[in-house]
Design a binder for this molecule. Structure first.
Ligand SMILES: *[C@@H]1O[C@H](CO)[C@@H](O)[C@H](O)[C@H]1NC(C)=O
Ligand SMILES: *[C@@H]1O[C@H](CO)[C@@H](O)[C@H](O)[C@H]1NC(C)=O
Ligand SMILES: *[C@@H]1O[C@H](CO)[C@@H](O)[C@H](O)[C@H]1NC(C)=O
Ligand SMILES: *[C@@H]1O[C@H](CO)[C@@H](O)[C@H](O)[C@H]1NC(C)=O
Ligand SMILES: *[C@@H]1O[C@H](CO)[C@@H](O)[C@H](O)[C@H]1NC(C)=O
Ligand SMILES: *[C@@H]1O[C@H](CO)[C@@H](O)[C@H](O)[C@H]1NC(C)=O
Length: 273
């Protein structure tokens, strides 16, 4: 297909002990990973049935929820908990179809694991047999880079570092609906770099910052001098490219008005006695 040329330039590196299954094409980008010691489920078990229910839920979403979902199916000890996230620039239709494909592919390509994570072009899906909401996680993780090199890696990297720092601050300061930021910067030779970073919005500011800081550190290992790269973790993702890969962010609702301080003299609804 037409995108095979891009694939030739894209390689994935396993940057942790967790096992990663990598897929083969840039437009249908997909990777899944798991940590070895988290246990397996067996065929026809209740756990498998509950996991299938999670996949069905993610395949029939009617809400958008600004691209973030916290789901569960079944009862302890076979309860499956899941978190799903779309990048902040994707519409409801794009998000729902990404989650449907990614969840379906996750159980096919990384089967039998009680806990696993999948990343694809616009979304991530993870599930486990334990509480994962709000928990910072660093495994499994992976990094995929474009094998083409920047002509001026030092300047390129300086521009990129500053951009990523700015974007990380914006993303981490985001509210409980979304922690996402995207932007561009000019690096050496007046080349434009485009980057986007995002935490799952169940992370608080500190854990989001921590996740993105670890991701930025990984950039120095895996992404240095590349013209495009992604660092993928269960609770945050970072990406940059030399072409504008993101769309305008989908608007969030405006904040509700801050509550009026309580007290009989300030309450507009109080009735004089
Ligand atoms: C879990 O399944 C994988 C393959 O699907 C296998 O390699 C591994 O040994 C299994 N682990 C346990 C604890 O059974
Ligand atoms: C699981 O169920 C299917 C369909 O009912 C059956 O064909 C298969 O043998 C079962 N597998 C196990 C391991 O029980
Ligand atoms: C997330 O889902 C879990 C499992 O269903 C539930 O216990 C928890 O209350 C949810 N958290 C939020 C903030 O919705
Ligand atoms: C941050 O993540 C850690 C590790 O999972 C977790 O124990 C902690 O509760 C999280 N912090 C907050 C404020 O949610
Ligand atoms: C980063 O933010 C600072 C302060 O707002 C700004 O001056 C600078 O131009 C930004 N740099 C990039 C690359 O976005
Ligand atoms: C870079 O981002 C700014 C907004 O921060 C935007 O106005 C500008 O058009 C972008 N440049 C390119 C080349 O996309």
């Amino acid at each position: 297909m037409g995108c095979s040329g891009l694939f030739l330039f894209y390689w994935s590196v396993i940057v942790s002990l967790a096992a990663i299954a990598f897929a083969d094409d840039y437009d249908n980008y997909f990777e899944c990973g798991f940590v070895e010691d988290r246990g397996n489920y067996t065929a026809n078990s209740s756990y498998q049935a509950n996991l299938n229910r999670i996949v069905s839920q993610l395949s029939s979403l009617t809400e958008f929820n600004y691209g973030f979902f916290n789901l569960s199916a079944g009862e302890s000890p076979d309860e499956v908990k899941a978190i799903a996230l779309c990048t902040g620039d994707r519409t409801q239709d794009e998000c729902n179809s990404c989650l449907h494909r990614t969840a379906t592919e996750l159980i096919q390509r990384c089967p039998w694991h009680k806990e696993a994570t999948a990343w694809s072009e616009f979304c991530l899906v993870r599930y486990a047999n334990r509480d994962i909401f709000g928990q910072l996680e660093s495994e499994p993780r992976t990094c995929a880079f474009n094998t083409r090199k920047a002509s001026n890696p030092v300047q390129f990297n300086d521009g990129l570092s500053e951009l990523l720092n700015n974007l990380s601050n914006i993303a981490a300061a985001g509210g409980p609906l979304r922690k996402y930021a995207a932007g561009n910067a000019t690096a050496g030779n007046l080349q434009t770099i485009y980057a986007a970073v995002q935490c799952t919005p169940d992370m608080d500011k500190q854990n989001c910052t921590h996740c993105l800081d670890d991701g930025k550190a990984e950039f120095l290992n895996c992404c240095y001098g590349r013209i495009g790269c992604r660092v993928l973790r269960p609770t945050c993702i970072l990406r940059f490219e030399s072409n504008p890969f993101y769309h305008t962010a989908v608007p969030l609702p405006s904040l509700p008005p801050s509550p009026t301080p309580p007290g009989p003299t300030t309450s507009p609804t109080s009735i004089g006695g």
